[in-house]
Design a protein around this ligand. Structure first.
Ligand SMILES: Nc1ncnc2c1ncn2[C@@H]1O[C@H](COP(=O)(O)OP(=O)(O)OP(=O)(O)O)[C@@H](O)[C@H]1O
Length: 676
């Protein structure tokens, strides 16, 4: 199916190229390629009236189901008021015949006008009612849209926050997510809106057609004749627009990236210090010029299509009036009926133009909405079953609140789409109250292993068990509740300092645990300098917001880990950005810390793991050495080598007294780290 569509697209592309290309006059930028996110746009560009007609019912069905779930009352009101408005349109048109019959009859004018008054009142009443009904339908339709929006957004975010973490490492999944988020979300309310417009247009058209059918059966095909050029122009113009969109997708992305570089605060210093301004402006202008060329070309081609369409429509309308004149001349229809027919044809044409436009829009947005639906289905299928509230609770085991021993047995793990496994048969133990360290070179698998232990990734093989209860048999929340993580990469939450520590748990103004955690991590010194202390918003994008240095942020991230009263604390490179004093304080705290808690420590600062109860050395996803510092040093393996390298580096950096800094201050922090 996908391949056939690709072939169709290819062939159509070749046809366009043979015709001289659809974008004659637009400059070329050879480096631009279409991103697969926008494959839909290509599909759309090849869509003709037949494909649209075939797929439209299912799109309208999806829209109707969505609207129904968002609000039954508003959906029912929108549909029924629109239908009723159609009835009054037809009624008004038919009443017009009465008016015209009275006006065109023989006799003095005042008498004819008097005779026409009852029908005139009916026409006026029908018009007023129709207007009121349409206003009511518009109002309920407007109410429907935000409700639909809320529904689709919630479904997406519920799925993205619950899906297995590994899904977010899968490039295909991320691609689908981006598509659903950027186009799919906004498409949902539009699909509903355009589906209602399709209904409104269809009702108006049926009303006009029904009226014509009642007046004379031959008039009906005449209406359709005038409809064709309008439909043709509309579809053609829309397809041109899609093709242009396709051409501009990559340009839009490049321009967006460049504008981000030129306007975002985080790039501003480098833009200046590397004197990037002329380069960025020139690049931006190149893409903008290309875009302008493509858009001007589109405007020209759309105008040509419109002129051709209007000319055709003029001819068709002329033919209709000639036919109507002939019918009148031959006495097939009376003058009053012909007059009403003219009105009905005009009403029908307007409804038809609206209908064609709505069908086009509905179809386009329906494709993007389809992306959204596909993504939600994929994401919901990737939520671990045991995480679902509906999962059979009797099958679930309960994790002990505390534990005596966490056992990792023969664990293997490969990231989605990765060629090689990141963990290959790892076994180890964490006993209550211990500090256990993971050591190894970059990419050896330390962080991945810590995430498996924290219940963030499910291993492909082997298992992690807390006092014999395998994590695969408990809901992820149970594990996350019992583990505190100080992660290597942490989020700068755009919240207050207090919320950055408490992370949605307690943390009221008088929460002593927040203060204790801040003291233990050195975050209290950071907070003391903030204008509003713990209530300072840590985001410069907002009025009164503050920002912190890398190390200050890390102190907060450490406080976050200490604040959670969990039996297992995982510290993954917790000191990378800390100054020497803060780092010293942190490891002192970890060493002294335990008060019954267990610490899994990952760090390249080997001086800090000397006091660990056990050290596991990882290489290429395997444990290659295990023991305490003394045992590993005596063994003379990788650990001893890495430790020796660091110790030697510190030793070499220790300047003799004569070479100290001009101020004569020895570097006491460094010395103390080595001595530690
Ligand atoms: N999200 C990911 N998707 C695919 N592969 C990944 C991902 N994260 C890590 N890897 C790969 O898994 C392996 C182990 O990475 P991991 O981050 O666990 O190493 P690490 O020992 O913590 O390294 P470092 O000391 O640099 O922090 C590496 O080969 C890495 O390329």
């Amino acid at each position: 199916m996908g391949k056939r569509a690709d072939k169709r697209r290819e062939r159509a592309g070749e046809r366009r190229a043979r015709r001289g290309g659809s974008d004659k006059g637009a400059p070329e930028l050879p480096e631009l390629a279409t991103h697969p996110w926008y494959s839909r746009t290509g599909e759309l560009a090849e869509t003709g009236m037949r494909v649209m007609a075939r797929r439209l019912p299912s799109v309208i069905g999806q829209a109707a189901r969505l609207a129904w779930r968002a609000s039954r009352a508003d959906t029912a009101v929108t549909i029924s008021l629109n239908l009723l408005a159609g009835v009054f349109t037809a009624f008004g048109l038919l009443a017009t015949t009465g008016v015209l019959t009275a006006l065109f009859s023989a006799g003095p004018t005042p008498g004819r006008v008097r005779d026409a008054l009852p029908s005139l009142a009916l026409v006026a009443g029908a018009a007023a009612l129709r207007a009121a009904l349409q206003a009511g339908a518009g109002w309920s339709q407007a109410r429907l849209e935000p409700q639909v929006e809320r529904l689709v957004e919630l479904r997406l975010y519920e799925a993205t926050t619950m899906v297995a973490l590994a899904a977010l490492d899968d490039p295909d999944f991320l691609d689908e997510l981006k598509r659903a988020e950027t186009r799919g979300l906004t498409a949902a309310p539009r699909v509903v809106q355009h589906a209602v417009d399709v209904l409104t247009g269809a009702v108006g058209l049926v009303a006009a057609a029904g009226t014509l059918g009642v007046l004379h059966p031959l008039l009906l095909p005449l209406l359709l004749l005038t409809a064709l050029p309008e439909g043709w122009t509309s579809v053609r113009s829309a397809r041109m627009r899609y093709l242009t969109l396709l051409k501009l997708v990559e340009v839009g992305r490049r321009k967006w990236i460049l504008s981000d570089l030129m306007t975002e605060r985080r790039h501003a210093a480098e833009v200046r210090s590397f004197t990037m301004r002329p380069f960025l402006l020139e690049e931006y202008d190149r893409f903008a010029a290309y875009q302008r060329g493509v858009e001007l070309d589109l405007a020209r081609r759309q105008t040509v299509a419109k002129v051709a369409g209007d000319a055709l429509q003029g001819l068709a309308t002329g033919a209709v009036y000639v036919a109507l004149g002939l019918m009148l001349w031959k006495g097939a229809v009376p003058l009053a009926v012909a007059g009403t027919a003219v009105l009905a044809i005009r009403t029908g044409q307007t409804s038809l133009a609206n209908l064609v436009f709505a069908v086009n829009q509905c179809y386009e947005q329906g494709l993007y909405f389809g992306d959204y639906l596909t993504f939600c289905d994929t994401a919901e299928a990737r939520i671990p079953r045991r995480a679902l509230p509906s999962a059979a609770k009797e099958e679930e085991e309960v994790l002990p609140d505390d534990f005596a021993c966490i056992r990792v047995e023969d664990v293997t793990f490969t990231y989605p789409g990765a060629d090689a496994a990141s963990l290959r048969g790892i076994s180890l133990e964490l006993r209550k109250g211990e500090v256990v360290a993971l050591v190894g070179e970059n990419g050896s698998g330390k962080s991945t292993l810590s995430r498996v232990i924290a219940g963030l990734y499910d291993p492909d093989g082997g298992e992690v068990a807390w006092d014999g209860v395998p994590l695969s048999r408990v809901s992820p929340e149970q594990v996350w509740d019992r583990v505190a993580v100080i992660a290597q990469e942490y989020t700068h939450w755009p919240m207050t300092a207090r919320e950055n520590i408490a992370m949605g748990r307690g943390g009221g103004p008088a929460d002593p645990a927040v203060l204790a955690a801040a003291r233990a991590s050195g975050a209290d010194e950071v907070v003391a300098e903030l204008a509003r202390g713990y209530d300072t918003l840590l985001d410069r994008r907002f009025q009164g917001g503050a920002d912190l240095s890398g190390g200050q942020w890390q102190r907060l991230a450490v406080a976050r880990g200490f604040y959670r009263d969990a039996p297992l604390l995982i510290c993954d490179e917790p000191s990378a950005a800390l100054d020497a004093r803060a780092e010293h304080l942190l490891f002192e705290r970890i060493r002294a810390h335990t008060d019954g808690r267990t610490v899994l420590l990952i760090t390249h600062r080997l001086a800090s793991v000397r006091y660990a109860d056990r050290i596991y050395v990882l290489e290429h996803g395997r444990v290659i050495e295990e023991g305490d510092h003394a045992a590993l040093m005596a063994r003379g393996g990788l650990y001893a080598e890495l430790y020796g390298l660091q110790a030697a580096a510190y030793g070499a950096a220790d300047p003799p007294a004569a070479q100290r800094s001009p101020a004569g201050r020895p570097n006491s922090d460094r010395t103390s780290t080595v001595k530690n």
